[in-house]
Design a protein around this ligand. Structure first.
Ligand SMILES: CC(C)(COP(=O)(O)OP(=O)(O)OC[C@H]1O[C@@H](n2cnc3c(N)ncnc32)[C@H](O)[C@@H]1OP(=O)(O)O)[C@@H](O)C(=O)NCCC(=O)NCCS
Length: 394
C-alpha cells in the first residue's frame, strides 16, 4: 500500500523523476524544481520505489484588504503517467487543505492547469488579466519620461525594487510579499533567461520597476514580455511604455500582461492591439475564522452578515458564520443557530472574501438568485475594496 506523507531527504530524486515524467521537462529542469525544497511543505503518495504523486504547499504571506496573512501557494502537482486517474492527486489536494490549516494558513492560491479540476477542491478562479499581445515599437506612444528608466544593477537594487512593489501591491488583494531571497531568485532566473530588469527613477525617488523577459520569436528575433512590473504613477507608466517604444528592432513583438482592472490603452497609439483576456490563478479561503480576523477592511466598511458556507474539503468551515466588520477589522463567529442571510459554497465565499465579486451587479444579471438585494449590497460594502491580482509567479 502506498503511504501518504511528506517526502524524505532520500526521496528528493524520486520527486525529480516524477516531475520529469509528468511534465516532460528533462531531469536537469526537474532537479532545479526540487532545489531547496522544504520537505515539510510537501505531501505525497509514496510507493516502495518511487513518489507516485506529489503536491507542494509553499509558505507565503499576502495582503488582503490591507491586512496580512499566511498563504499556502500550491505547486508541483503531479502524478506519474501510469498512476493517473486513480484519485492520487485528488487525495493530496484534500489533504493539503487540512495541512495548510493546521500550520496556520488563512488562504491558498495556485496557478491551475484546469479551473474545473481545482474547483472540485474549493479553489475559485479570479484575478482577470489582460495581455496586450504582439505590439511592435511603433504601436506604442514614445513618452519622454522613458529617460527615467535605468538598468537595475541586480541584488544591490533589491531594496528599491521591493519599495516600489510594496506600494503597488498594496492596491490589490492577494499579492505575495517578497523576501530578499525571493527577489534574488527572480533576478537570477530573469538573467538566466536573457531577461532584464529596469527601475524607474526621478530625482532619486523610485517610481517603479519592470522586468523584460526575452523569448525567441518566429521567424526571428525576440518577443519582449513584461509580466512583472510595478508602476506607481502615470509618469511611471509613461516611462515604461516610452522605453518599450524604443526597443531595438531585433525585438519583433512586445507583450504586456496587466491586471484587467488597470486599463493601459492610453499608452498605445490605437486600440488595435491583439488582446487576450486571461483568468490566470485561483484562490481559496482555507480557514474562514482566521482569514476574516487577519483581513483588513476599509475604515468605513461597517456591518454584520450571517453566511452559511459549505466546504466539502474543510469541514471546520461548514456552518453559519456571523461576520462583523468595523474600524477596519473583522471577526467571524460560528453560530449554527443563526438564520443565514445567504448560503454559498466555499468557492463563492472565497471570491467574495477576495473582493473579486460585484455581488449586486451579478445578481441583476441573474447569477445570484435567492439572495436579498440588501444582503448583496452589504456584501459589497464589506468586502469589495481592492481588485485581485498576482503576477505570474507568487
Ligand atoms: C493533473 C494530474 C496531477 C492529476 O493527477 P491524478 O492523480 O490523475 O488526479 P486524480 O486521479 O485525482 O484526478 C483525475 C482527474 O483529473 C482530470 N485531468 C487530468 N488531466 C487533465 C487535464 N489536462 N485537463 C483537465 N482535467 C484533467 C481527469 O480527467 C480526472 O477527472 P475526473 O476525476 O473527473 O475523472 C496529472 O494528470 C498530472 O500529473 N498531469 C501532468 C502535470 C500537470 O499538468 N500538473 C498540474 C499542474 S497545475
Amino acid at each position: 500500500m502506498p503511504e501518504i506523507r511528506a517526502i524524505r531527504e532520500n526521496e528528493i530524486e524520486w520527486a525529480a523523476e516524477l516531475f520529469n515524467n509528468s511534465f516532460r521537462i528533462g531531469m536537469d529542469v526537474a532537479r532545479g524544481w526540487t532545489n531547496n525544497m522544504a520537505l515539510d511543505e510537501t505531501i505525497a503518495v509514496v510507493e516502495p520505489n518511487r513518489v507516485a504523486s506529489f503536491v507542494r504547499m509553499n509558505k507565503y504571506r499576502v495582503r488582503i484588504g490591507g491586512g496580512e496573512m499566511a498563504m499556502g501557494g500550491i505547486g508541483g502537482v503531479a502524478t506519474w503517467a501510469d498512476c493517473q486517474g486513480k484519485g492520487y492527486a485528488g487525495k493530496l489536494m484534500r489533504e493539503s487543505v487540512r495541512l495548510m490549516r493546521e500550520r496556520g494558513d488563512a488562504v491558498s492560491a495556485l496557478y491551475p492547469f484546469s479551473h474545473r479540476y481545482y474547483g472540485k477542491f474549493g479553489w475559485a478562479s479570479m484575478g482577470d488579466r489582460i495581455v496586450y499581445k504582439n505590439a511592435i515599437q511603433s504601436d506604442i506612444i514614445c513618452h519622454e519620461e522613458r529617460a527615467f528608466v535605468r538598468w537595475c544593477r541586480g541584488e544591490e537594487d533589491i531594496a528599491r525594487l521591493n519599495d516600489a512593489y510594496m506600494v503597488y501591491s498594496s492596491r490589490f488583494n492577494g499579492m505575495a510579499l517578497r523576501s530578499n531571497a525571493t527577489w534574488a531568485e527572480r533576478l537570477k532566473q530573469l538573467s538566466a533567461e536573457k531577461g532584464q530588469a529596469y527601475l524607474i527613477e526621478k530625482d532619486g525617488a523610485c517610481l517603479g520597476y519592470f522586468f523584460c523577459e526575452h523569448l525567441p520569436a518566429q521567424p526571428r528575433g525576440y518577443e519582449c514580455v513584461v509580466r512583472d512590473f510595478a508602476c506607481n504613477s502615470q509618469e511611471a507608466f509613461r516611462a515604461m511604455f516610452g522605453f518599450l517604444s524604443t526597443l531595438p528592432t531585433n525585438v519583433a513583438k512586445i507583450s504586456v500582461s496587466a491586471p484587467a482592472s488597470l486599463p493601459l490603452w492610453d499608452y498605445y497609439k490605437e486600440p488595435f492591439i491583439l488582446m487576450k483576456w486571461a483568468l490566470p490563478f485561483q484562490y481559496r479561503v482555507v480557514d474562514v475564522e482566521r482569514a476574516v480576523a487577519a483581513r483588513g477592511f476599509l475604515v468605513d466598511a461597517k456591518g454584520k452578515i450571517a453566511i452559511k458556507i459549505e466546504d466539502s474539503c474543510g469541514e471546520w468551515n461548514n456552518g453559519v458564520w456571523e461576520i462583523e466588520v468595523s474600524d477596519g477589522k473583522g471577526e467571524a463567529r460560528l453560530n449554527q443557530n443563526a438564520k443565514p442571510d445567504a448560503e454559498m459554497s466555499i468557492q463563492q465565499f472565497s471570491k467574495i472574501f477576495m473582493g473579486a465579486l460585484d455581488a449586486p451587479f451579478l445578481a441583476r444579471q441573474g447569477f445570484m438568485p435567492n439572495i436579498l438585494s440588501a444582503t448583496l449590497a452589504k456584501i459589497n460594502d464589506i468586502f469589495r475594496d481592492y481588485p485581485v491580482h498576482l503576477t505570474d509567479a507568487f
